[in-house]
Write a protein that binds this ligand. Sequence first.
Ligand code: CMC
Length: 433
Amino acid sequence: MTSVQPADDSLSIEHSTSGKKWELHVEDGCLRATQLRQIPLGQTDLGLLSYDPAFLNTASCRSAITFIDGEAGILDYRGYSIEDLAETATYPEVCFLLLNGELPNESELASFEAELAEEAVLPADMIELFAAFPDNMHPMTMLASGLASLGAKYPEADQVLDEANRKRQIIRLLAKTPALAALVWRRTQNDSPVGASPDKGFIASFLRMLLANPGEDFEVEDSFARAMDALLTLHADHEQNCSTNAVRAVASSHVNPYSAVAAGCFALHGPLHGGANQAVLEMLEEIGTIEAIPDFLEACKCGDRRLMGFGHRVYKNYDPRAKVISGLVESVLDAGQPDPRLEIARALEAIAREDDYFVSRKLFPNVDFYSGILYSSMGFPPSMFTVFFAVGRMVGWLAHWDEMLRDPEQKIARPRQIYTGHSRREVPKMANR
Ligand code: CMC
């Protein structure tokens, strides 16, 4: 097979030995992979396959939700820059935007917040379920299990093709995930749960459920509320990332959304994805002093270690979310104690950004580099960080779930493979194996 010559909106492919030619259509800068099937060069009579492990160069859907230009360090939700949204919009406004395509006006926001408030309380038996979890269960496993179990309360959620029903489940999941996350936190502390106070607003109710003592008044610290609101916004969506791809793939079987977002939680938990914020804090604690940074970076450069919170599949520039969080950290730390880990993180960033290894590979801080320090300064341990990431990302998962089910081109996700195993053979008797 030889040349691929780009024309306006088509490609000619010529087979080098037979001279046979095929004309392939290019649309939106993409080649539809199924066109390759007309070229009879594959392993089976289904024709030529494309091979793209880890989807490095494959668009799996059309989406109007989030735009990323990784080279330029740009992230937009529905056309609005993440920096603008984090600065000027509240998290519920951002949720409305991601789900509906436009920012809400005053009355739309009021009814959206009222719908969320109505669904904010968890079914009572969730508390019994959490009490039965083993003490050493990871918070993300608790959250994912809680979400999957919650689905059992709402059997109508199985009607995924019913648009009105989808909307109900979306509101329910958005409203109840903070309560589940707070229950996770209190279970890890063996503390009694504090119920939602929906009249106080989404973020204040979330912080109360996390931090208040049962039965006591609780004043939400302004800087914490602003930081939590912005963090949830920054985590709200990131187009076809690993966990969103997991949600889409699982939901493509038309399973209920509780099971699909539980799968998203498990994908998010991994240290190469949302679990990196926990790994960053552990790394900063392990490095311990500014003097120890050069040795640690040497270990990263020779492949023994990984600089957690650096690098990204899509961003080959500063992750715009990291920039916003880096600014937020100062405002929250001003309100509390200085954190020596921030000093190490700043020095680590400065040294890495002068180092040819990181510069030549375009490795910059990503969203997780500073977010852990922020959560930690609010009093939470690393094992909780990804839970907060999941609370913010819930809306992105749900927006993609809804978009996928509206898309007539989508089907059950089912990739192909290149088979590298044995050809057909007989099962030998036990004595001959
Ligand atoms: N530390 C040291 N070297 C790195 C790092 C890092 N953090 N990231 C990438 N590299 C090197 C890698 O070894 C490779 O070098 P070489 O070309 O010599 O083999 C080169 O850079 C390209 O890396 P890659 O592994 O091919 O890149 P990828 O796109 O497959 O991986 C990544 C992206 C995020 C998994 C990776 O950068 C990484 O492991 N980073 C640390 C974990 C992390 O912070 N994850 C959070 C991502 S942001 C939150 C989210 O959206 O999930």
